[in-house]
Ligand binder design. Sequence first.
Ligand code: HH2
Length: 279
Amino acid sequence: MYQLPPDRPAIMGILNVTPDSFSDGGNYLSPRDAVCRAETMVEEGAEIIDVGGESTRPGADPVPLDEELRRVVPVVEELSSRGYVVSIDTSKPAVAARCLEAGAKVVNDVTALRNADMVDVCREWGCPAILMHMQGEPRTMQESPSYQDVVTEVGEFLGSRARAVIESGLKEEQIWIDPGFGFGKTYEHNLQLMRGLDWLSKKGYPLVVGLSRKRWIGTATGQEAHHDRLWGTLAAQVLAVAAGARVVRCHDVAPAVHALRLVNEVLAPVKDRQQAHSA
Ligand code: HH2
């Protein structure tokens, strides 16, 4: 099973093979362009390439199974044959299974393996599975998100999903968790989640964060165009890693690698000391 680096955050480069993803949609529709983009991200220091064939932006149309397979399988095959670590961003068990056969090493499911067939696929392959929190479903999730206490509710949801999939046969080591920034959350909910990352990172599973270019970051910095959200994104990624995030999903790999390398240089001895104290 793929193991995360123990001593530094892993950068997961985003590769959306879709016409309609909110930021990179339409850029990598041909397998050649997609592979080229992945090559660049790996050269820049991406540890994992997250391949997606269905946009989850608010209002996105669902993609039929055949079309999603057509988009992602050739790309996953080629990237895996080069030895790249590929995660497949899908909530369809048949897509996950086909991509694992093609060499993918991680399943990234924004619906937290709520489809029982997805649990079966991850158990059979023994691969890491990302359980992400989302309130509602992509088409309508931003209409009226509501929580009593978003951090506690997200933490409880992820804990209960982790327990459920373990009861269904997944090993604890297979589980990574993600609070799902922007998925059924208002601006204020996203800020509260940022403040609660330290607590979420101590739930016993590697914490993944997907912050890159998201709308709430543009709201915070006053940058509406998603391509202008890099600096705000970097600030959020730095805060997330300082709070214990182990995987950072991003479009702009080189800036994240450099910023987070520095964060890690500063904080690694602190983390080592804390571990020695708690041992
Ligand atoms: N965000 C998006 C997609 N997949 N997976 C995880 N684990 N965490 C996230 O925050 C996350 C995710 C949305 O971003 P993007 O892929 O850039 O856009 P789109 O869904 O429009 O393709």
